[in-house]
Ligand binder design. Structure first.
Ligand code: ADP
Ligand code: MG
Length: 291
């Protein structure tokens, strides 16, 4: 494309709320044949809420005070949900020491001289916690497209908390536009398979990968590029930055983290996924103008 037509295209994209940060991003957008979407904060609102509390001993308030004791040290969207629920139920967070966040697994601290852990099943089981008694409650959570977070003190399972995040109202329509434009759409998430499947179904996506650790999202992008695809990655989180940088075009959700925005060629100021098909259409029109 000529510099002039690209400038016009960049201006047009800006009208749609798509800010082009890297010069060639708009031109490449027209060639995309695969769009990979992060789940949380990208397809979904990114403001999850607690939907279920299931305590092994029936003491739900205790479950919340301990979970909140951990999450008050975390900045993950899941933490926000748990802290909001604790506040609502007047469950004062317990004092937890030696806090650490484990990427893609959960959060851990020390309470009454034992490790207190809140996170996904795979991680807690690998730490020797028996979760069979909570399987039924966890299934009810995943069936509703929620994420089950298991709480354990030492080896003892204390309960499971369901946290669910609503899909943005226009995600499904934007994904449909991509499909209509002949573009393959795939979702990647650190969440468990059942939850990922439920969200993908609601969003109209039949191609997804679950339990992808943050550091492996970029590898999925590289793998698909290696198969000959021209790949867009769309994400909002710190975790998504390497994948955004690895894609042919990275789209950062404008309400997301600064790190994601800096790693992406295009910023979607309106937070809506419609910015992706908008940019692709503008790019295709821009390039067509000169041939
Ligand atoms: P996503 O790809 O959806 O952004 P992450 O990679 O951040 O997800 O997290 C993957 C999983 O790790 C979560 O679904 C959850 O089970 C667990 N996890 C991560 N952070 C936390 C936290 N602060 N509290 C509880 N669980 C967490
Ligand atoms: Mg995200």
């Amino acid at each position: 494309a000529t510099p002039m037509s690209v400038m016009v295209g960049v201006g047009k994209a800006a009208e749609y709320g798509a800010l082009i940060r890297q010069g060639d991003a708009l031109q490449t957008a027209g060639k995309l044949d695969l769009v990979i979407l992060d789940k949380t904060g990208t397809i979904t609102e990114g403001h999850p809420a607690v939907t279920r509390l299931h305590a092994s001993d029936g003491d739900e308030k205790r479950l919340l005070t301990l979970a909140a004791g951990l999450e008050q040290h975390s900045e993950h969207p899941l933490a926000e949900a748990i802290l909001a629920k604790a506040k609502e139920k007047q469950a004062d967070p317990e004092k937890v020491t030696d806090f650490k966040a484990l990427n893609g697994k959960g959060v851990q601290g020390e309470f009454e001289s034992k490790p207190l852990r809140l996170g996904n099943r795979r991680w807690l089981e690998s730490e020797g916690v028996e979760l069979a008694d909570l399987a039924g409650a966890a299934r009810s959570i995943t069936e509703e497209a929620g994420t089950p977070l298991f709480l354990a003190l030492g080896n003892e399972a204390l309960g499971v908390i369901g946290v669910a995040d609503a899909i943005k109202p226009d995600s499904k329509a934007a994904i449909q536009r991509l499909h209509d434009a002949g573009i393959r759409v795939m979702m990647v998430t650190g969440d468990v398979d059942a939850t990922a499947k439920a969200i993908a179904k609601k969003a109209g996506i039949d191609d997804y990968r679950a339990e992808v650790l943050p550091k492996d999202k970029a590898e999925v992008v590289s793998e698909m590029r290696g198969k000959g695809h021209t790949v867009a990655m769309v994400g909002d989180g710190i975790n998504d930055a390497p994948a955004l940088a690895a894609a042919d075009v990275g789209f950062a959700i404008g309400t997301g983290t600064d790190v994601a925005i800096e790693s992406a060629g295009i910023t979607l100021m309106r937070g809506s996924l419609h910015g992706v098909p908008d940019a692709i259409e503008i790019s295709r029109a821009t390039v067509k103008n000169i041939h």
